[in-house]
Every structure is written in C-alpha cells, then in structure tokens.
Write a protein that binds this ligand. Structure first.
Ligand SMILES: NC(=O)c1ccc[n+]([C@@H]2O[C@H](COP(=O)([O-])OP(=O)(O)OC[C@H]3O[C@@H](n4cnc5c(N)ncnc54)[C@H](O)[C@@H]3O)[C@@H](O)[C@H]2O)c1
Length: 352
C-alpha cells in the first residue's frame, strides 16, 4: 500500500512511518516542521517533505497514487492559552478539511485519523453500588481541602469505570475542541463520499523521542524532564488519578492495523494498553528506573484536570485485532532512560 503520512516528522508520526515501512508499505511522509514542535530552523528529516496540510496544491501533488492517508499532523497540547485557539483551528481543523477535499479529488477513500481521549472530556464514574453517575465539576473548596474524588449525592467517593467509544463527547480544552472537530469533519466526509475513516483515540502516549517538557507536554515527559534535571517528579492531587498509558510503538501498531483493515464509514476506537495505572505509580516507576529522586505528591491541583479517565480497549481488539503489546510497567521503565526529542519547541504555536 502507498500511504500518505502527515505529521511524519513528529513524535508519533516518525514511529508510524517506521512501522509502516517495516511492514512493507510505501510511505510518503509530509510535515510542516512547526517551530512550536521542532524548534526554529529545524532540519527536515531525509524521508519527509516539508508540506503544509493546509496547502491544496501541494496535497494534489502528494496524493497522486496514494491508497490511504494516515493523518497525524496537528498542533498538540492542552490549550495553554486562549490565544492558541486560532492555531488549533487552523492546523487541526482547516488542515483536516483541506486534506479531506484533496482526498476526494484524488479519489483516495481511506483515512486513519489521529484522535485523542481528550474528546471525552471527562471519565466514566460509578457509585458504590456500581450505578453510573455523571459528576459535575469538582468544587474548589473540596480540592483546597485535599478532597479530590468526585462525590456521589450521598457523599461517598465515585469510582472510575472504563470509558467506551459511545460515551458523551464533551471537550474541555481548545485542543480537545479541535480534535473533536476533526472527527466531525472526517465522519461527515466519509458519509458524503462513501469513504472510510478510523479515528484512533489515543490515550496517554509515551516513548522514545517524546518532546521534552514544555507547557504543551504530557505528564510522562514532564516527569522525565524533572528526573533528567535532578529534580523529583512533582505529582498533583493525591497521585491516585487513574489513566491509561500506551507506548508509542503500540500506537504505531494500531495505525498499521487500521490502515490494513478499513472499516465501515466512520469508526472511533480507543487505543490504550488496557492496564490502568495511577499518576503516582507512573512517577514512581520512572524515578526508580531512572535512578533519580523519588516523586513528591504535592496536593496541588489544576482546576480543569480530569480526576480519572481510563479506556476500554475492547472495540479496537474486536474491530482491528489490535492489542497493545507493551504493558506500562515495562514500557515506562524503558522510557525512563530513552532519548527525548533532540530539539526544543519554540513556545506557542502560530496559525499562519
Ligand atoms: N502525544 C500524545 O500523547 C497524543 C495523544 C492523543 C492524540 N495525539 C495526536 O497524535 C498526533 C501526533 O501527535 P504528536 O504527539 O506526534 O505531536 P508532534 O507535535 O510531535 O507531531 C505533530 C506534527 O505535525 C506537524 N504539523 C502541525 N501542523 C501541520 C501542518 N499544518 N501541516 C503539516 N504538518 C503539520 C508538526 O510539525 C509535527 O511534526 C496529533 O494529531 C495529536 O493530536 C497525540
């Protein structure tokens, strides 16, 4: 198969490119080499062409003879500032819209879209009897006093339950809003053009070549960077927040499976390890394997943070035959000493 891979120079895109080539596919890699991701003046890797996914003429050239598109290009992060909204809308949403129109012109009918768990916004919770509860926002007065769990009406803490792909989609950040808009454009495009889209909702991704600690980084990179600087990883809340951490090589394997098994119209799938872990455990494994200072549980909090979000990986298994091969306990130990991205990002993303 000849695959157009966008975001090919990125953390995940470079692993996906390697996995596709190893599986015998031909990869056409494109990337804009955004300064916000790669630093100013970064050199474009030899197997990647510098192309903006918002450029329709360039896409018409790149899509010649392409069987499927694997769309990883995006501005990532938690949406640090409202000033980032135009960059998310421009690269993520306009970029996806321009790509979908170009795919239609090229009669390219299969898209694998990098989506994210952030489209859910909140995790799934049950009360002590196992009944589902949709919690409201946590109260600042509770957080200030170290009561971090969502509470049931009877005052008992709610427990997490695994979230499936039918859960309500309630993005809580500008980045999340842009990732959900990508899914909506792709889903509508699949319907009107008779194409297929697999939207892979990655959970917390980590692994070699992850970007260093920036305001846009995930928690694994932040802990890793603290250890490298000789500091303790600083864990927010009580450290019992549950997440699913998935190794980037498993993310690449899921993309390969999705490209090789087109679905019917639009199918969103969680991509997760299936082994939930707490943030305190992540910090402890990394600190131990790095040989660094032990983590400090600070009790600090960020009001917008989700308490728990844990994936149900069953649908990806049933649809694609995908099961993650690397358990977090093992993968995080490798990550503790793995190389991080060589260049350092240059601050906030721009949209022009
Ligand atoms: N890293 C995670 O934990 C995570 C989790 C969920 C989803 N995702 C998604 O996975 C994908 C890859 O993320 P990543 O972590 O590798 O980020 P990254 O920043 O390392 O890679 C993204 C790449 O996209 C490129 N890019 C941005 N705008 C572009 C444009 N207009 N045209 C062409 N290229 C452009 C950047 O230069 C960069 O190389 C993204 O779609 C992201 O939303 C990542």
């Amino acid at each position: 198969m000849r695959v157009l891979l966008t975001g090919a120079a990125g953390f995940i895109g470079s692993h996906v490119g390697r996995a596709l080539r190893d599986a015998g596919h031909e990869v056409v890699g494109i990337d804009l080499m955004l300064a916000a991701a790669h630093g100013p003046g970064a050199v474009t890797p030899g197997d990647v062409r510098r192309v903006d996914v918002r450029d329709p003429d360039a896409l018409d050239r790149e899509l010649r003879g392409i069987d499927a598109v694997c769309h990883q290009a995006a501005v990532v992060g938690a949406g640090v500032s409202a000033q980032d909204a135009p960059a998310y809308a421009s690269h993520n949403d306009l970029g996806t819209a321009v790509l979908l129109a170009a795919m239609d012109r090229a009669a390219c009918r299969h898209l694998v879209l990098a989506s994210s768990m952030v489209v859910y916004g909140e995790g799934r919770y049950v009360d002590s009897a196992g009944a589902p509860v949709v919690p409201g926002a946590r109260r600042l007065t509770d957080l200030d006093q170290g009561r971090f769990d969502h509470l049931a009406p009877d005052g008992e803490p709610l427990r997490w339950a695994a979230i499936d792909e039918d859960a309500p989609l309630r993005p809580r950040s500008l980045y999340a809003a842009s990732k959900l808009a990508q899914e909506h454009y792709a889903s509508a495009w699949a319907t009107v053009t008779g194409s297929t889209v697999t939207a892979l909702r990655y959970h917390n991704v980590y692994g070699p070549d992850m970007p260093r600690d920036t305001p846009y980084s995930g928690v694994a990179a932040i802990f890793r960077s603290a250890l490298e600087a000789g500091d303790s990883p600083r864990v927010f809340e009580d450290g019992r927040q549950a997440r699913d951490f998935i190794h980037v090589r498993d993310i690449a394997a899921a993309n390969l499976a999705a490209l090789e098994h087109p679905v019917d119209t639009f199918v969103p799938l969680n991509v997760a390890s299936g082994h939930p872990i707490t943030i305190a455990e992540v910090a402890a494994v990394l600190a131990d394997a790095h040989g660094g200072k032990p983590p400090v549980v600070t009790g600090d909090y960020r009001p917008g943070d989700v308490r728990h979000i844990v994936a149900g990986p069953e649908r990806a298994r049933a649809t694609l035959g995908f099961t993650a091969a690397i358990a977090p306990a093992e993968g995080l130990r490798e990550f503790a000493t793995a190389p991080l991205r060589a260049t350092v990002a240059a601050g906030a993303p721009t949209w022009r």
